[in-house]
Unconditional design. Structure first.
Length: 112
């Protein structure tokens, strides 16, 4: 499902990620939309969305661990900020892409 939106005078499309009930506070899950892997995380009611694969070796980040706002890759333990995608600890060197999340109609949407 896609939804048109206006942002700073421009128009774009939001793509439905999931219903709110699927991602309660404290949970994180992998999603695939149009062959792209995403990881959505609900940290204390704030929802974040990032690329779902590590930029180092392609590990599925949904199998990683989350402490606060730091996500650790399950394969080589690279660490990323879930708010910015920034690499906090290697071996990864490239940050994760982050996606703006909108809450509408009891669901979460991303700009993708």
């Amino acid at each position: 499902m896609q939804m048109q939106y206006s942002l700073l005078g421009g128009w774009g499309m939001l793509t439905k990620l999931c219903d709110k009930s699927i991602l309660p506070p404290g949970e994180y899950r992998a999603f695939k939309i149009r062959e792209h892997d995403f990881l959505a995380l609900n940290v204390s009611g704030k929802v974040f969305c990032l690329d779902g694969r590590c930029t180092h070796a392609g590990a599925p980040l949904a199998e990683g661990t989350l402490e606060g706002e730091v996500l650790t890759c399950p394969w080589h333990y690279s660490q990323f900020s879930i708010s910015s995608g920034e690499v906090l600890h290697g071996p990864a060197q490239k940050p994760l892409k982050t996606y703006h999340v909108e809450e509408k109609e009891n669901a979460y949407f991303i700009d993708f």
